[in-house]
Design a protein around this ligand. Sequence first.
Ligand code: UD1
Length: 430
Amino acid sequence: MEQYVVKGGIPLVGEVEIGGAKNAALAILAAAVMTDETVVIENLPDVRDINVLLNALSGIGAVVERIDAHCVKINGSTINNLRVDYEYIKKIRASYYLLGALLGKYKRAEVALPGGCDIGSRPIDLHLKGFRALGSNVDILHGLIAAHADTLRGNHIYMDKVSVGATINIMMAAALAEGKTIIENAAKEPHVVDVANFLNSMGANVRGAGTDVIRVEGVEKLHKTTYSIIPDQIEAGTFMFAAAATKGDVTVKNVIPKHLEATTAKLLEIGCEVEEFDDAVRVVASKPLHHTSVTTLPYPGFPTDMQPQMAVVLAISEGTSTVTESIFENRFRYVDELSRMGASIKVESNIAIITGVQGYTGARVSAPDLRAGAALVIAALAAEGITIVDDIYYIERGYEGFEQKLESLGAQIEKVLSEKEIQKFTFKVS
Ligand code: UD1
């Protein structure tokens, strides 16, 4: 099993290029098979989750041609199987986007029911409610969600809870339904907007994405397009918090600063300097950092996917901070690992109470999930001594060339496979 070994205590300095947004890409790849014409997707992040979804698309018969690491050509005219197996869903929940995409195009789809996951129970009732409202039958049989409709008809759908996945799934199915769909209390995340823009570039008629109300006027069919995915706000934010934790000076490039406003606001609040450019943001942490409170919320609130990275910084900032997780129930599993590095954090229900300590000390820790894994690497970069992070396959699900990008900012980090390699690294950096 691959691990990261890190010698901490070096401020990160320099510039780093941010890749395409994984979460936008997952939905866009699924939507790409909604036309029989060829679609070209650019600025694709080369990460494990994307490769799993591309395999799922090939698995149902689509032609997937990788032009290079960041560009793919997809043709959905050869799809010959409307069932997406558990094999894919268990690796990446977002395969459920194929439900909305296939239901819209073929009026029929069967996708394995996703289970819970490392950050808590993840219901999909709102997705199913939306499909039913569009006139589809939805049954759960033998571990599969089976949806089929004679005709999909637009409807007025109120989302009881703001859900990124349900908003996107319903939007995709509605794009090829008859008549008008109105999604109220829709998610406003940048990737919801990106998927809407992508669908529109294929000839769909989606308006209002990025607001609470999305209006979709169904069209008969979609056509070819070439589309470039937006920058990944979570990857960008991760490097911004890494700059803060290591008292560094990092410019994240190829970003949309507006998407990073919640992260930027919190960094300013704790004492960082943040400079915004047209498509870059610079974070400088030259003064001691101090406590704050943060609550995760749907966009434009503070993203739950940045919560562990923020907590890692607060745990070495002066004073007592609170981090309230309001989206997922089990997103503090990294706290025990962080405590092993010297953090002082008490979790009560969905609130982490963090008492700032002077600094971390290197230890052996395990990544409990994707974002918490990245957060532990940030802690390792700030720690005194050597840290070994196990289970880094979680991190590789969503970060492309993580260690290379960190190395380019001056970090001492290596991906290793054995104790011998760890010893070699330790010898080299001591
Ligand atoms: C997406 C992101 C994930 C991010 C999350 C919140 C992708 C592939 N994943 O996940 O990284 O952490 O948004 O920003 O884009 N809910 C229900 N019923 C449903 C659907 C959701 O109750 O049918 C609840 C969830 O349990 C959660 C909340 O709604 O409490 C938000 O979840 P949702 O926005 O749907 O998250 P995902 O789309 O799964």
